[in-house]
Design a protein around this ligand. Sequence first.
Ligand code: 13P
Length: 287
Amino acid sequence: MLVSAKEMLNKAKAGKYAVGQFNINNLEWTKAVLLTAQENNSPVILGVSEGAGKYMCGYKTIVGMVNGMIEELNITVPVALHLDHGSYNGALACIEAGFSSIMFDGSHYPIEENIQKTKELIAIAEAKGISVEAEVGAIGGEEDGVVGNGEVADPEECKMIADLGVTMLAAGIGNIHGKYPENWAGLNFEVLAKIQELTGTMPLVLHGGTGIPAEMIQKAISLGVSKINVNTECQLAFAAATREYVEAGKDLKGKGFDPRKLLAPGFEAIKATVKEKMELFGSINKA
Ligand code: 13P
């Protein structure tokens, strides 16, 4: 059964480790993440962006697939199904479809509007036991080929949003989605420490987990980060393993073209990446 992210993240915050959010793209991705969580006795959050939602034929299809897998694969570790960077209407659609957690990304609105919309969604989600992630300070990333340094959130604004009763809070601290540029300035730990000081026990979320050096991840966890999002790194691992299989001509040998064979190395590569992250985040045996 799907659970809200609230309990697992409060436990992580208290225990000074982080739960990974791994974004899913299809059946293989979902199965790889769920099996790795179970094998390592780790709680896990499955992230679904609105784009990935459309790709996988809608939120209801995803809820059906994930619930089916939890039952058929005997997954007993806590699993949250979470909308990643949702719009207001996307969040409503996911609540309706059976997601157990949503993110409302109102970081591009003026703070008053972000507060108003976040508040409305908390009221709706709370009544159904669904966790809510809010965001302050947009996460940087590649736009039109230009990679910017991540925006840094205002700690006072973080406090305002945290006080609305969100379950977990994403705050920009110089992090970026996708690969980090060579000249990246790194995470802003001063701001993170200030946010943690003002928001107390609120689990903080670090987006853009791909490519952040291990020491920075550990320092971020020590400063209150309890949820770390990883997406691109699994995609890169999947693509590299699939490329190797095809370049070795394995799809041309015997029944190597069978999708169950063709996609197997990529599937294993996702599993290895997820396990590595769970080790780094400290969530193994924390289910
Ligand atoms: P990466 O793709 O950089 O790992 O970021 C994932 C993320 O933050 C999803 O919200």
